[in-house]
Design a binder for this molecule. Structure first.
Ligand SMILES: [Zn+2]
Length: 271
């Protein structure tokens, strides 16, 4: 189901530049799957973002705070293409809470701060994974069956006028122990238990810089460095780390941009 405005944008974007086919959700936190020549060089707003796969497939993402227009340049040896993509604003839940005491809940214990820093460095290595693959091409299914979407991507609390970091995941609430399965194939690029904020965390590299993340797991079955197929067990729903109830926080990142994974469910790369 698409709204009238979204349908218009999608149909406008279907008049793709020569040698280029795109399909996706053109909104903040959204993405496009594309097909062009094998190994064509890609740039967004003049900045290189790698090459299409050996099959000519690629993915690009639009950050939560993306500008209203993105320009995609595809250089494929003579037949270069350029396309403007109109990005609709995201509809994010913003909550203002005023009159709070100003001593925020930020950790100050040096040992804990050192631990958080070390965990962040290991996670950064996971996010930097860049497997030469296009495992996103058949699209994504939900990683948890029968879950309730308890918090949408992009929500933000503004405490005493200070904006907190936005929520960069889609929270899928389900009982502890509910299986979490790979929503698309890929290579596991991070699998650790007991992180301070994220609890047990798994990341999967789907190729072309697209990394999906699974937080607060009560059990981890995925093994770092191994390939995982769609439907294979990643682990189980939990509430480890900073979580107020059992849920899977499902996140998606593309080359440093935070995407809404729910927008990818049911979409495929153009054929
Ligand atoms: Zn979350």
């Amino acid at each position: 189901m698409v709204s009238g405005a979204a349908a218009l944008i999608a149909s406008a974007a279907r008049a793709d530049a020569p040698g280029l086919a795109l399909d996706g959700r053109y909104q903040q936190g959204g993405f496009a799957f594309g097909r062009t020549s094998p190994r064509a060089a890609l740039a967004i707003d003049g900045v290189g973002v790698g090459q299409a796969s050996r099959n000519g497939l690629f993915v690009i993402g639009f950050d939560r705070d993306s500008a209203p227009i993105a320009r995609l340049d595809v250089a494929n040896g003579g037949g270069d293409s350029s396309q403007q993509i109109a990005i609709e604003p995201g509809n994010f839940d913003i909550q203002r809470i005023d009159g709070l005491p100003n001593d925020q809940v930020a950790p100050t214990d040096p040992e804990l701060l050192a631990r958080i820093k070390a965990e962040a460095a290991r996670k950064a290595a996971g996010f930097a994974s860049n497997v030469d693959a296009d495992d996103f091409k058949d699209g994504f299914v939900l990683p948890v069956q029968g879950a309730r979407l308890s918090a949408r991507f992009g929500g933000q609390r503004i405490l005493n006028g200070q904006p907190n970091r936005p929520h960069y995941g889609s929270d899928l609430a389900a009982p502890i122990g509910t299986p979490v399965r790979a929503p698309a194939a890929g290579q596991v690029c991070f699998a650790e238990t007991n992180l301070h904020f994220d609890g047990s965390l798994v990341m999967i590299d789907h190729g072309q810089g697209l990394i999906s993340c699974y937080l607060h797991l009560s059990r981890v079955d995925a093994v770092a460095g191994r390939r995982i197929e769609r439907g294979e067990m990643i682990g189980a729903v939990g509430m480890e780390g900073r979580a107020t109830g059992p849920h899977l926080c499902w996140r998606m990142k593309w080359r440093g941009r935070n995407l809404d994974p729910m927008l990818m469910v049911g979409r495929r790369a153009p054929v």
